[in-house]
Design a protein around this ligand. Structure first.
Ligand SMILES: *Cc1c(COP(=O)(O)O)cnc(C)c1O
Length: 436
């Protein structure tokens, strides 16, 4: 369910026509639906109600402080992968008891910040990191809680891109599962540390619930082995990776995942264990669109090109992963109002390559895409852009990052202003700033 829909000939976000957002704030601009974000979080949490998980929203998918705060008020925690994301979580008022930190290369400073804040769990990814954490814990006089991120060597399904697969042997994330027990024992023997369990994150997006099942079965075997040796395992963090619907009816429902996961985890939680999830994409992707304006139309060989004001610096996923984003005008002709993302039945469409303004030949948002006939100045929406959209923007080509706007009902609020030329050079003109 999302709150982006065509009504009266125009795309609305909740009660607001997006053309009015484009006029007021310009483009390219990310527009988020508060109701959708909240609804997705609530329904995700409800699907797993039976095992009462701690749901830590993955800030790297969508990290605007206002949106983290919105989710925090609903009871969500935050999964951070850097000190910067921890800082955002703190500004958003997220309770450290609902904050977890992951990352294969955490700095000493980042670990120290997490120790000082006494966050719910630090997910460590190597033997060397356990040593460093132990040293910091002694210096700080604290006993941080940690889980060991395990690489369970589970291949995701064939639709998970290799570039976003994280849980197969030889990859950079986590500790090989056959070395995890040794590391657990080392941490458990350290009175400066409280090692509580294990963490996995398998990749993203994962469409097949059986991938989770396989990883959980391996994890539970490890838990059983350690419990037989007298340890108590109280935390199992199953990560994120749940899919979002980029088309129509391609992603399984949260209930499909819950069925497989609850069946395996119910026994662990009945014994007092805490399950943690770190969903990002599945909550945020369809809670945001990127709106853009057509700058030019041109022909190149046999191809019709439409050149937008948004490109790979504003939404990197298409160029980086060949990802699909549904794209459609904010005000399509009446006969081309899409009832779904399958537009093959609509009349009068033209095939375009959709490109951005960046000087880089990978700067395509879509190739060979059927769209209503476009004119310069027309506004388009690039859908399912709420996750890994704004957070992956860059200033390449000295492009200014987009504005972000939050819609709730008929209320529209700017939650990040568009960058200016001064913003682009603010960190470089040090002499001027220091008056030297
Ligand atoms: C990126 C990431 C997530 C979130 O992944 P999604 O596919 O967006 O749900 C969760 N946990 C960790 C450790 C991550 O790095």
């Amino acid at each position: 369910m999302d709150e982006f829909a065509y009504r009266d000939g125009a795309l609305h976000c909740e009660g607001v026509p997006l053309t009015s957002v484009a006029e007021q704030f310009g483009t390219p601009t990310y527009v988020y639906s508060a109701s959708t974000l909240i609804d997705h979080y609530r329904r995700f949490a409800k699907a797993f109600d039976a095992i009462n998980p701690l749901v830590c929203f993955s800030a790297k998918a969508l990290s605007n402080v206002h949106l983290l705060r919105l989710l925090g008020r609903e009871g969500a925690g935050v999964d951070a992968v850097s000190g910067g994301e921890l800082h955002r979580a703190m500004l958003a008022g997220i309770d450290p008891e609902r904050t977890v930190l992951a990352g294969v290369g955490k700095s000493e400073t980042e670990l120290r910040e997490a120790v000082r804040r006494d966050i719910r769990c630090i997910n460590v990814e190597s033997e060397a990191e356990v040593e460093l954490l132990s040293r910091i814990a002694r210096q700080e006089g604290r006993r941080p809680r940690l889980a060991i991120r395990v690489n369970p060597d589970v291949a995701p399904d064939e639709r998970t891109p290799a570039r976003t697969t994280t849980g197969t042997r030889g990859g950079k994330f986590g500790v090989d599962i056959d070395r995890a027990a040794t590391l657990f024992n080392r941490a458990a023997a350290d009175d400066a540390l409280r090692v509580e369990g294990f963490h996995v994150h398998l990749g993203s997006p994962i469409f097949d619930p059986q991938v989770y099942a396989t990883a959980i079965d391996r994890l539970l075997a490890l838990v059983a082995m350690l419990e037989q040796a007298g340890h108590r395992i109280t935390t199992l963090n199953l990560g994120g990776g749940f899919p979002a619907e980029y088309l129509d009816h391609t992603a399984p429902s949260w209930d499909d995942f819950a069925e497989v996961i609850i069946a395996r985890m119910a026994d662990f939680t009945a014994r007092g264990g805490q399950v943690i999830f770190e969903p990002g994409r599945t909550i945020a992707a369809n809670a945001g669109v990127l709106i853009s304006t057509v700058r030019y139309l041109k022909q190149a060989g046999e191809r019709q090109l439409v050149v937008l004001d948004a490109g790979m610096t504003h939404l990197a996923r298409a160029a980086l992963y060949d990802s699909y984003h549904f794209i459609w005008p904010l005000q399509p002709p009446a006969e081309a109002t899409p009832g779904s993302r399958d537009v093959s039945g609509l009349a009068g469409l033209t095939e375009y390559d959709v490109v951005g303004p960046i000087c880089e030949s990978s700067d395509y948002l879509a190739r060979a895409r059927s769209l209503p006939e476009l004119k310069a100045g027309a506004h388009l929406a690039i859908f399912t852009a709420g996750a890994y959209g704004m957070t992956m923007t860059s200033n390449y080509n000295s492009q200014q990052r987009p504005a972000e706007v939050l819609v709730h009902g008929d209320q529209v609020r700017l939650i990040r202003r568009r960058e200016t030329y001064d913003d682009l050079v603010a960190l470089e003109l040090l002499d001027e700033v220091d008056g030297q």
